[in-house]
Design a binder for this molecule. Structure first.
Ligand SMILES: [Zn+2]
Length: 104
């Protein structure tokens, strides 16, 4: 994904819709017609209003509703994301993130 997407993305929670914060963990440069642009591979998206977090995995922002994130396959992928980057993610999210962290 491209960083400018953050300008148009909002928190998908129906009672929130806040602007989001992006923290990039891994990215690479790709050729575009007007020079090089950054392609984000792995990042953490957080919502300052409702406290939810969303992962960017393999360049895809995973911004699903809570109930879909709790389903087995999705939850496994997002838990693996937390494990992969836990040194760089705040303890609040690791321990008691919304909708889940590593200890719930
Ligand atoms: Zn939110």
């Amino acid at each position: 994904m491209k960083a400018w997407l953050m300008d148009i993305l909002a928190c998908p929670a129906s009672d929130c819709r806040s602007k989001l914060h992006l923290e990039i963990f891994d990215a690479h440069m790709i050729d575009a017609k007007d020079g090089e642009v950054e392609e984000i591979d792995e990042a953490l998206i957080t919502c300052p209003k409702c406290g939810r977090w969303y992962p960017v995995i393999d360049g895809i922002a995973c911004m699903l509703p809570d109930d879909l994130r709790m389903e087995a396959k999705q939850r496994r992928e997002e838990t693996a994301f937390l494990e992969r980057w836990k040194e760089r993610i705040s303890q609040d999210i690791i321990e008691k993130g919304v909708p889940f962290g590593l200890s719930q």
